[in-house]
Design a binder for this molecule. Structure first.
Ligand SMILES: Cc1ncc(C[n+]2csc(CCOP(=O)(O)OP(=O)(O)O)c2C)c(N)n1
Ligand code: SF4
Length: 246
């Protein structure tokens, strides 16, 4: 049996809670950048939230953005350094609540950056409050009786909004098992390839467990994604690359 060694960029064990999806997604980003030979020139704009634990254990250059502003920071860096691979790494509270405008305008402008968007259905770091992505009926610390969409509006499927725009690549993956982890890695690779090819904005949403705030075991959290979360957030590629600027 061949045991694949960790990417060099993951130079020390991550600090996330046991069973958290962020650690898997950090690793996928590192693997893809190393396989593309881009790890030395990549720059990440990192969100506030549990995403902000990434730079502590991730040996790729990162800038800590203010809450919600990671996409705007990534756009600024990319404009100054067009030959570097630039990505933002953001949770759903960061990207779709406080940072909704920055997220959408980077897509509207088809900016040549890659956004890695971690959808765990709540504000993880601050104790599990309701996020724009929280499912209908889902209990959180600010929706203790379950999310009431008559009061809050429906869960925000941002890919449905973005697919009306002229963007380079859109996909939604998940880390709920080996097959989907490998599929998600392929999506992340396509997103970075699109940027390398100067095709424009690429966005990969990843359905990710937050066992701590979901009050579930790591195993049950994965099962919850597989059996419930995917019904609202279907996986797949929503904007195929066209290779305009190849
Ligand atoms: C301007 C500002 N408002 C609020 C906060 C508090 N805060 C820190 S993290 C966070 C939520 C992060 O949630 P999410 O983006 O979903 O990421 P997760 O922790 O779930 O990965 C909030 C509201 C802050 N740091 N700065
Ligand atoms: S609070 Fe949730 S998102 Fe944050 S590290 Fe723990 S499991 Fe992961």
């Amino acid at each position: 049996m061949v045991i694949k060694s960790k990417p060099e960029a993951c130079f020390v064990d991550n600090k996330y809670c046991p069973g958290c999806g962020h650690g898997i997604i950090n690793r996928l980003v590192a693997e893809v950048l190393e396989e593309m030979g881009e790890e030395k020139k990549a720059i990440g704009a990192i969100a506030v939230g549990c995403a902000s634990l990434m730079p502590d254990t991730f040996g790729i250059d990162c800038i800590q953005a203010q809450h919600g502003r990671a996409a705007a920071v990534a756009v600024g860096v990319k404009n100054c350094r067009p030959d570097n691979m630039v990505f933002s790494y953001q949770g759903d509270g960061d990207a779709l609540a406080i940072g909704f405008s920055e997220t959408m305008y980077a897509a509207i402008r088809n900016d040549n950056i890659t956004v890695i968007f971690v959808n765990n259905g709540n504000f993880g770091m601050t104790g599990g409050q309701m996020a724009p992505t929280t499912l209908e009926g889902q209990r959180t610390t600010t929706s203790p009786k379950g999310r009431d969409i008559m009061a809050t509006g429906a869960p925000l499927n941002v890919i449905n909004l973005m697919k009306t725009l002229d963007v380079a690549y859109l996909a939604r993956g998940s880390v709920d098992g080996n097959a989907n982890i490998m599929k998600t890695k392929k999506y992340i690779r396509e997103a970075f390839e699109a940027q390398k090819n100067k095709e424009g904005y690429s966005f990969v949403e990843v359905l990710s467990p937050c066992p701590t705030n979901w009050n579930k075991s790591p195993q049950d959290s994965m099962k919850h994604i597989r059996e419930t979360v995917v019904k609202t957030y279907e996986m797949g590629v929503y904007a195929e690359r066209r290779g305009d600027n190849a």
